[in-house]
Design a protein around this ligand. Structure first.
Ligand code: AMP
Ligand code: ZN
Ligand code: FE
Ligand code: FE
Length: 287
């Protein structure tokens, strides 16, 4: 049984529409898929809204979720997955709305910095890539740089210009990881730290700092993720075992076009059962 608890649609920075994502997940034989767009619920909500009219065999279980963009007091970027929280919870929705809104001036600042270094790209280029996305992010800018011929791939854009420690990096409004954990749980949800030791993305947590998040209510850590090496996976697995929190695995799929595969990493059925039992803000649904 393939259980994949982290994926994106073009409602944030994924490449597939929500409908396509469902189609591809079924083709890949996925049984349980969490849709966790950055700071928006609109991707899985589109599927839920249209699911009654879909001719469907209901073989895929969708887990409503989100990936909340956070920042620590020392300025480190952290992503917090939330599952099964009440989608109508006002504080959590306000927090995501503040982040989405601030991503627009933030994008304009990054573009200004690039322009000052004679790298030509405009906000309109980014909008041409983000389309109707609710959440504008660096991957859209990366795609705009590819379209302009400045770089060859999304990854090249991150390596050369857009990574977290780059001189062109600008942050956006973001809650602290603790604030996100508290908001997710207050809404009946389950909180899981996404790719907590993914060093290729920039600064990462010390294990002791993740222990502090656990004492603040963190329910789990993503262990099996393509950006974790064996050493990081072992450290996180041991941490999860010693604190009896969930250890998950997931694809963090953004699209086949960026070289990712649904269910390339997966979560154990008993871990998923535990998450399902703990979440109380909304039910899963099938398509
Ligand atoms: P943003 O939310 O605009 O700060 O962009 C964050 C997203 O950019 C992440 O969810 C990843 O999809 C992508 N990303 C971040 N760092 C890298 C990197 N070093 N290489 C490739 N993609 C990255
Ligand atoms: Zn993303
Ligand atoms: Fe992430
Ligand atoms: Fe993600």
């Amino acid at each position: 049984m393939l259980i994949d608890l982290h994926s994106h649609t073009h409602v944030s920075d994924g490449q597939d529409s929500p409908k396509e994502l469902v189609e591809y997940a079924k083709e890949a034989g996925v049984a349980v898929l969490a849709i966790t767009d950055h700071d928006t619920l609109n991707g899985w909500q589109q599927i839920q809204d249209s699911s009654d009219s879909l001719q469907s065999n209901r073989e895929l279980t969708i887990v409503p979720g989100a990936e909340i963009s956070c920042r620590t007091s020392s300025g480190m970027s952290v992503h917090m997955l939330g599952y099964l929280f009440d989608p109508h919870n006002a504080p959590l929705n306000e927090l995501m709305a503040l982040t989405r809104d601030d991503r627009i001036p933030r994008m304009q600042k990054i573009i200004e910095l690039l322009n000052r270094a004679d790298i030509e790209v405009t906000f309109d280029d980014v909008v041409a890539q983000s389309g109707s996305a609710a959440t504008v992010g660096r991957p859209h800018l990366a795609d705009a740089l590819v379209a302009r011929g400045v770089v060859n791939t999304r990854n090249d854009a991150f390596t050369r210009f857009l990574h977290n420690d780059s001189p062109f990096y600008v942050g956006h409004f973001a809650p602290t990881p603790k604030e996100a954990i508290v908001a997710i749980k207050a809404a009946g949800g389950v909180s899981v730290l996404a790719h907590g030791l993914a060093g290729s993305r920039g600064a990462i947590y010390e294990i002791s700092e993740i222990e502090a998040l656990i004492s603040q209510g963190l329910d789990g850590v993503e262990v099996d993720h393509r950006d974790h090496d064996d050493h990081s996976r072992a450290a996180l697995r041991e941490l999860a075992a010693s604190f009896d929190i969930f250890a998950t695995g997931s694809s963090d799929y953004h699209g086949a076009g960026v070289g990712q595969r649904l269910a390339m990493e997966v979560t154990a059925p008993e871990v998923w059962e535990g998450i399902l039992a703990r979440g109380s803000g909304i039910e899963v649904f099938t398509v």
